[in-house]
Design a protein around this ligand. Structure first.
Ligand SMILES: [Cu+2]
Length: 409
């Protein structure tokens, strides 16, 4: 459906290398469309007919104006996740708190400024659970252009949105959970809306998200977890990430072979296409807390990083050589038309939470803001969260679990 983007410059006389502050205008039409996955047609609420929804691309310092046209049967608001709404909470999109919901067949224009962020944020519906399908990237580039990134300018920037595929009526699921009925689960996981070939419909694999790369080039992945519940581990066989930003703040470059990303988080990471030309799986695995905490059905999804054929080195593409050096393993079932074998990464166990702990512990700000140097009183604060299942069960189901927590100072 129609989506209009207009950029109106306030200062046309500024130096060429400095982007003038602009108003980025976009139209979001919220409607329901039929989508078919796993042999089932589902009515999905989306923006502009897309899942994920359209990306908003701005320069730091710009203003954003989004006209939301609600053609869905639901009350809608949109939250601009992470945007500092200085003196502008009315655009924050919290229904019945900062605004009245936008009723079906009504419109509303969100206006806000992007100040003090560079990197990736995202937008999502703030009508509970509809955010699973109503979401998209909010990409914020530096005011002084891509050459002012605090890292080598990437060849290409690519949003990678991991999320869930739901066949259920999400507002109904939300209502059920609020009223004590918890046995509702997603049917799959997605990368940029694709379930990938670990899912199939009557034996026909679902489409993979495919990222085509050229050897030697650097790609900036703007990773967003738009899932409702799980934290994901993301890996690309044979490749490493250099994390450069999180939640639209630059971090000291951190090199890792796995990204841990919780719901709502964003991680910007550079990937250099420096493996032997071939095909490499990009895998997103939802993790969950060890027993006896709640266990829910979770699904691994995967896409593909594919080196351009022009640069292919032949039948095996050298991919198998990675097995010993990068901890990757051959995926024997998937042979490309040229006979090359796609390589799959070895993933953490889905109960492995320490990998997430180390990943997040290694993210430190690139810029160190001034903090008070004098401390009047030292406080030691302990936060605790535990799980005790009712009725002496060995594992907890949603809704029959006690979660004692503690805060001590
Ligand atoms: Cu949010």
């Amino acid at each position: 459906m129609a989506s209009a983007v207009a950029i109106i410059f306030f200062h046309s006389g500024m130096a060429v290398s400095v982007a003038a502050a602009a108003v980025v205008e976009q139209t979001f039409v919220v409607s329901q469309v039929n989508m078919t996955h796993l042999c089932k047609e589902a009515l999905v609420t989306v923006v502009n007919g897309q899942h994920p929804g359209p990306a908003i691309e701005v320069t730091e310092g710009d203003s954003v104006a989004v006209l939301l046209v609600n053609k869905s049967p639901y009350n809608i608001t949109i939250h601009w996740h992470g945007v500092k709404q200085w003196l502008n909470c009315w655009a924050d999109g919290v229904p019945m708190v900062t605004q009245r919901p936008i009723l079906p067949n009504h419109n509303f224009t969100y206006r806000f400024n992007i100040v003090g962020h560079e990197g990736t944020l995202w937008w999502h519906a703030h009508v509970p659970f509809l955010r699973a399908t109503l979401h998209g990237a909010l990409i914020i580039r530096p005011r002084h252009g891509a050459s002012s990134y605090p890292f080598p300018k990437p060849h290409r920037e690519v949003p990678i949105i991991v999320g869930d595929w739901w066949e259920l009526d999400l507002p109904q699921v939300d209502w059920n959970m609020k009223h004590g009925s918890y046995d509702f689960f997603a049917s799959g996981s997605t990368i940029n809306g694709k379930l990938g070939d670990l899912f199939n419909c009557s034996g026909v694999p679902e489409d993979n998200y495919v990222l085509d790369v050229e050897p030697g080039k650097t790609y900036l992945l703007r990773v967003i977890n738009a899932g409702l519940f799980p934290e994901f581990y993301l890996k690309i066989a044979g490749h490493k990430f250099t994390v450069v930003a999180a939640d639209a703040l630059y971090v000291s470059p951190y090199t890792t072979d796995v990204i841990a990303i919780a719901p709502g988080e964003t991680v910007d990471a550079l990937v250099v296409a420096n493996a032997p030309p071939g095909r490499y799986y990009m895998v997103a695995l939802p993790n969950q807390a060890p027993l006896p905490d709640t266990q829910t059905p979770e699904y691994t999804t995967r896409g593909m990083v594919r080196y351009s054929r022009n640069h292919s080195s032949g039948a095996n593409g050298g991919a198998a050589a990675l097995m010993s050096t990068h901890g990757a393993k051959e995926e024997e079932k998937d042979e490309g038309s040229s006979g090359d074998v796609a390589v799959a990464p070895e993933m953490p166990d889905h109960h492995d939470t320490i990998t997430s702990f180390y990943f997040h512990s290694n993210l430190t700000s690139l810029h160190h803001p001034l903090v008070p140097q004098r401390v009047d009183e030292h406080l030691f604060i302990v936060l605790g969260l535990g799980s005790v299942c009712k009725h002496g069960r060995q594992s907890c189901k949603r809704g029959i679990k006690m979660r004692p927590s503690s805060l001590q100072t």
